[in-house]
Design a protein around this ligand. Structure first.
Ligand SMILES: [Zn+2]
Length: 397
C-alpha cells in the first residue's frame, strides 16, 4: 500500500487478496469516520493480451476497472507499456511548445536562449517522470523536440535529424533520458537499504540475476543495458561496493552518442557535403552572428541540404545521382553544393561580389570545405549573402 497526500494505492498480485485489502480498508475508514469515494476509486489489472474478468467491491458498490490510470501525473497503462505514456506527455508538451512559439515570434532571442527556454518550458514537460519510463524510444516526444529545432533553424520537415541536432549541438531527448535514469539509479543504490524504493529495486535485481527481464521491461535490466552499451559493465557488476561518479557516466553517454552521430554523418551519401565541414557536435556560431535573418536561413538551408538544388530534388523523383544535372547552365554537371557555390556560371556576378577570388578561381572540393569552415564572421556572412542572392537568381529562371 502506498499513501501520498490524499491518494492511496493498494497493490496485489492476487484478486482475492485485493478484495480482502479493500474490505480491511473500508473497515478502517468506518472506524475513523472516513468515507471512501467509490466514484473515484478505480481498479487497473496489469496484464498482457486478453482481459481477465474480475469484480471488486467497496460497500457492495462495484468498482470500475480501467485500462489506464494517472498516478502523481504519470499515466500507467494496463499492458505495462510506456508507448501511450510518452504519447500523452507529447500531447501535453505540444501546448507548451505552442506557447513558446508565440513568445519566440514576439521577441528576438539568440539561438542559445531559445534552446534554454525550450529546455525549461517544454523539455521539463517532456522529461516528466522519465526516470521511470525513460528507456522507451519516445518517438512522439522526439517529434516535439525536432519541431522546435526546425523552427529555430527554419528548415524543412525532411531535414536529416543528425544535421538538425549537430547544427544546434542538441542531444536527442532519448539520450537525455538515459542520463536522467542513471542519476535516479545512483540515487536508489545510495539510499537506505531499508527504504521501500531500495527494496523494490532489490526485487528487480534478483530478477535480473535470474535472467528475468520481462521482455526488457525490467527497469534494473534497462540500467544494466545502458551501462553495457557504453562499456561500463564494471560499474554495474561492482555497484554495491564502488564509489559511482555520475558525471563520468553522463560524459560517457554523451561521448558514445557523439561517436555514433559522427559516423552517421560520414556514412550517409546524402550528407556528403555536410560531412566535409561539420566535425564538432556543437552549436554553430554563425546562427547568432549573422544578424540578418534571411541570410542566416539561406546558409543553414544550404548546409543542411534543406534546399532545392537538383542533387536534393532528384532524391524525391528517383533520378540517378549522376543525372541530377544543373539546369541553370549548359556545363552538363551535377547540380550539387559545390557546383552551385563555386562553379555555376549563372551566378558569376554575385560570386565576384561576395566570395574571395581565391575560392572561385580553380575551385576544388577542398576550397569549398575551407570556405564553409572559415572562422571570419565577414567571410561567413558574405557566403550567406551569396547563397541568398544566388538562390533568388536561381528561382528567377
Ligand atoms: Zn550550373
Amino acid at each position: 500500500m502506498i499513501i501520498f497526500a490524499d491518494d492511496g494505492i493498494l497493490f496485489s498480485s492476487n484478486p482475492n487478496t485485493l478484495q480482502t485489502m479493500l474490505n480491511d480498508m473500508q473497515r478502517y475508514c468506518e472506524l475513523w469516520g472516513l468515507k471512501i469515494n467509490t466514484e473515484k476509486t478505480k481498479v487497473i489489472i496489469f496484464e498482457k493480451g486478453r482481459h481477465t474478468r474480475h469484480d471488486f467491491h467497496i460497500n457492495n458498490i462495484q468498482l470500475e476497472i480501467v485500462n489506464s490510470i494517472k498516478y502523481l501525473g504519470v499515466h500507467f497503462f494496463k499492458n505495462n507499456n510506456w508507448y501511450m505514456t510518452q504519447k500523452r506527455i507529447a500531447q501535453h508538451a505540444s501546448f507548451s511548445l505552442h506557447n513558446l512559439f508565440i513568445v519566440l515570434n514576439q521577441i528576438d532571442l539568440n539561438a542559445c536562449d531559445k534552446c534554454k527556454l525550450f529546455d525549461s518550458l517544454v523539455g521539463s514537460v517532456l522529461n516528466y517522470s522519465a526516470e521511470v519510463w525513460g528507456n522507451h524510444p519516445g518517438a512522439d516526444i522526439e517529434r516535439i523536440h525536432t519541431k522546435f529545432c526546425r523552427k529555430v533553424l527554419q528548415v524543412k520537415t525532411s531535414t536529416n535529424l543528425d544535421c538538425l541536432y549537430g547544427e544546434l549541438g542538441r542531444l536527442p531527448m532519448s539520450v537525455m533520458r538515459k542520463i536522467i535514469m542513471i542519476r535516479y539509479w545512483i540515487k536508489i543504490i545510495t539510499s537506505s537499504h531499508t527504504s521501500m524504493l531500495y527494496r523494490v529495486y532489490s526485487m528487480l535485481m534478483t530478477d535480473v540475476e535470474n535472467n528475468n527481464t520481462y521482455n526488457g521491461t525490467n527497469w534494473a535490466h534497462q540500467i544494466k543495458c545502458i551501462l553495457d552499451n557504453i562499456g561500463m559493465s564494471n560499474i554495474w557488476i561492482n555497484q554495491a561496493g564502488s564509489n559511482i561518479i555520475f558525471t563520468n557516466i553522463k560524459l560517457r553517454i554523451i561521448e558514445i552518442y557523439k561517436q555514433t552521430w559522427y559516423s552517421n554523418i560520414n556514412n550517409s551519401p546524402r550528407l556528403e557535403t555536410y560531412s566535409l565541414f561539420k566535425h564538432e557536435f556543437t552549436i554553430e556560431p554563425y546562427i547568432d552572428f549573422i544578424k540578418e535573418k534571411k541570410y542566416r536561413i539561406a546558409l543553414t538551408q544550404l548546409r543542411l541540404s534543406s534546399h532545392q538544388l537538383e542533387i536534393e530534388r532528384g532524391r524525391y523523383t528517383n533520378i540517378e545521382r549522376n543525372d541530377r544535372k544543373c539546369k541553370q547552365c549548359d556545363m552538363n554537371l551535377v547540380e550539387n553544393e559545390f557546383h552551385f557555390i563555386l562553379v555555376c556560371p549563372k551566378f558569376r556576378t554575385i560570386r565576384n561580389k561576395y566570395l574571395k577570388r581565391y575560392y572561385c578561381q580553380w575551385p576544388t572540393i577542398n576550397k569549398l570545405q575551407n570556405l564553409f569552415m572559415e572562422k571570419s564572421k565577414r567571410v561567413v556572412t558574405n557566403l550567406a549573402k551569396y547563397i541568398y542572392f544566388a538562390t533568388k537568381a536561381r528561382l528567377d529562371v
